[in-house]
Every structure is written in C-alpha cells, then in structure tokens.
Ligand binder design. Structure first.
Ligand code: EPS
Length: 381
C-alpha cells in the first residue's frame, strides 16, 4: 500500500493517489467527508477554516461505491484558490509581494537555500499543514478497509500548551463519537485548554500539545522482528513523525521506560481458558519486538506550537540579510485537535499496509479468508 499527495496550500486543489487496496471494498464518501470536516474543527483555528469546506471527489479506482483494485485518486478543492489566482498562477511572471522574512521553526529558510528560491512562498505553500487534508482523505479510506476487518482507529487530545487531561475523567467509550471540537474527552481539561488558547491568541502567541492514537482489534503479529524496516513500531513512529509540526512520538508508555525498572514496566502474561494468553497492563502500547501483540496499540505524538506568530520572533530577511521580525501570515493559534485527526489517518494507513503485507490478496474476500485462517491457527475466534 502506498500513497502520494500533491498540491499547494493556496493552489487549485490537493490530490492523493492511494494504490494497493484490494478490490471489493465498499467506499462511503460521506464518512470520508465527515473525517475531513472533523479535521477542520478546533478552537484556535484561524480564518482559513471559515473559507474552506473540505469535500472529497474520487476521480478513479472506485465504481458503484466499491474499490476496483486500481489506484484511487482523491481530490479536495481549495476554495481559497479563487483569492490566489494571480499570486499562485501556473503561467506568467511573478506577481505580488515576495515573502522574505523567514519564520523560526518553519521550513522557510532551509527550504529557500535548498531549492534555490527567492520567495519564501515557494516553500511555505507545500510545507503548509493544508496538505494534511489529503492525508486525512487517504486515512479515511484506509479506516474503511480496517473497519471491514474489525480494526478501529481512534484519537484524542491529551495535552494543549501544558494543560493535561486527567485520565480519571475519561470515558473511553466516547472515543468512537467524540464531538468535542478540541477532540478532548475530559471536559474540565478542555475548558482550561480553551482558556489557554484564548490567552495565547491574545498575546499573539501559539500553542502545541499532545494527541494519542488508539487502535483496537489489530490481530497479533502485524510487523516483524526480523529486519529494521519490517518493525511496525518504527513504521508507526515515522507515520506520525512525518505529520507537519510533530517533534516527538511515544509508543505506549515509552518515556516511562527510562524511569522505572523492568519489573514495573513489562506487561506480565496470564492464562485464561477463554482469553488464552492475556495481559493486565499495556505499558508496551500493543507492540513487542516490532510486532502487534493483540493489545490495543497506543501511540502519542507531540506537536510543536505553530511557527507563524502574530507577535513575531527575531529573524533575518533572506534578500537584505538584515535582522528583522519574522513574517506574519494569517494562521492558527493551535491546531492540535486537527493534528489528532491526521494522526489517526496516518496510523490507519500504516496498519492497513501491515495487514496487506501480512495477508496479501487483491480481493477483499481473499484478505478476509487469509485473516480467518491465521486467527484459526492461533486458536482465536
Ligand atoms: C497553515 C496556515 C493556515 C492554516 C493552514 C495551515 O492557512 P492560511 O495560510 O491559508 O491562513 O489554516 O491550515 C489549513 C489550511 C488546513 O486546511 O488545515 C500553515 O502555514 O501550515
């Protein structure tokens, strides 16, 4: 399974090509659009989200609401493009003012050097997290594949700007249809998060945070210990780390392993006639030896505060080399809730890829048969 995306933030559209899903998977476009709408919500989002209403067009690979096994082309139009027709024109001479004051923490400066450009817009347009809409569309299709074989992928926000959820306040049953616009399951923490975002916005500042992805129903044995690039923990880490603005990824209670002895951290095994081998804890986050162990997969990702500050930081002008304040663009104060939806999408793609690597098949029925046979061998119902 693989995908590519294309498109600039203020260009005509975003496009993704997803290749490798089996034929015979039912596709529900409304569900893809619901995920796209969910990614657009979030207290702390900027003016752009009032312009966009993301909807997917499927241009290939699906007929009568079923996959054909062909590459699937997904397209999301940028409604804002109509305001950028000249500045983002494919033909003609450069038009409009150049962006020349690089933002610390952004791709601006290195991008300009590496790609030999004179206008930071040539870099920021593609570095922009607008591209994550395409990732979510891809992930939403993968989530439909996973759902069909009993695997569900959820996410929720656990920290914004240092305001942390209290896990005692959380009802995990709400993961499936959480309507909070911060995608947070702890109402008390959410109120404080809003306050924190409001204060940051007023100060011209931005906030990052942490989201958690939980995958339920993944069979034991996805990924492999035998080679570095087969380890599913590594692949999942990359899939989250590759999301714009992510600076750290944790698997299970990853950081705690540094502070506690083995006796406290490794998940002990027990035997039960019905459950067979089971564990009472899940510190490992469902991954041991680079393979799923049948427990929930739990991942966390840290998002940095967005680099576009309305009270800009010290920087340099790429043209004059003078010390200036970084450029200001319309942007978000906080997009951790949006990133949490992207995180679930990227994890879904990676798990779907691992399923197909393990069970193969070009037809949905063949994939299901292969999973059934495998589960039978393991003695699972
Ligand atoms: C972004 C800047 C803002 C965000 C954008 C990501 O866009 P604009 O520059 O048009 O105001 O709203 O996010 C999206 C457009 C989106 O769909 O999530 C950036 O610089 O990364």
């Amino acid at each position: 399974l693989r995908f590519l995306t294309a498109g600039e933030s203020h260009g005509q559209c975003l496009t993704a090509i997803l290749e490798g899903l089996p034929a015979g998977l039912k596709i529900n476009i409304d569900e893809i659009n619901q995920k796209l709408a969910r990614r657009q919500t979030g207290y702390g989002r900027g003016g752009r989200m009032k312009i966009e209403t993301d909807k997917v067009d499927i241009l290939s690979g699906v007929r009568f609401a079923e996959t054909l096994g062909d590459p699937i082309t997904l397209q999301i139009k940028n409604r804002d493009w109509s305001n950028w027709l000249q500045k983002m024109s494919v033909t003609g001479e450069p038009f409009g003012e150049k962006v020349t004051a690089a933002r610390p923490g952004h791709a601006d400066l290195v991008g300009i050097h590496k790609y030999d450009r004179k206008d930071i817009r040539d870099i920021l347009e593609r570095a922009s997290a607008r591209e994550t809409a395409a990732k979510v569309a891809v992930g939403a299709v993968c989530q439909q594949f996973l759902q069909d074989i009993g695997i569900s992928v959820f996410s929720h926000v656990v920290n914004i700007g240092g305001v942390e959820i209290d896990r005692h306040n959380i009802n995990y049953a709400k993961l499936a249809n959480n309507t909070s616009d911060l995608n947070c399951l702890d109402e008390a923490a959410e109120t404080k998060m809003r306050q924190k975002i409001r204060e940051a916005g007023q100060a011209g500042d931005t906030l990052g945070g942490i989201f958690e992805v939980i995958v339920k129903g993944a069979p034991e044995g996805l990924g492999s210990h035998i080679q570095w690039d087969k380890r599913l923990d590594g692949k999942l880490a990359q899939s989250l780390m590759s999301i714009q603005a992510i600076k750290a990824v944790e698997i299970g209670e990853g950081v705690s392993y540094a502070y506690n002895p083995g006796s406290k951290m490794h998940d002990e095994m027990f035997y039960d006639e019905n459950k067979q081998v089971y564990r009472r804890t899940n510190h490992a986050g469902g991954l041991e030896g680079g393979m799923t162990n049948g427990e929930d997969i739990v991942l966390r990702a840290v998002m940095k505060p967005i680099p576009t500050l309305m009270s800009p930081l010290h920087s340099i002008d790429i043209e004059t080399k003078q010390e200036v304040l970084a450029s200001k663009e319309r942007s978000d104060v906080c997009a951790v809730a949006a990133a949490s939806i992207v995180g679930a999408a990227m994890a879904a793609f990676t798990i779907a890829d691992a399923v197909l690597e393990q069970f193969g098949g070009h037809a949905m029925n063949d994939v299901k048969k292969a999973i059934e046979n495998y589960q039978k061998r393991l003695g699972k119902r």
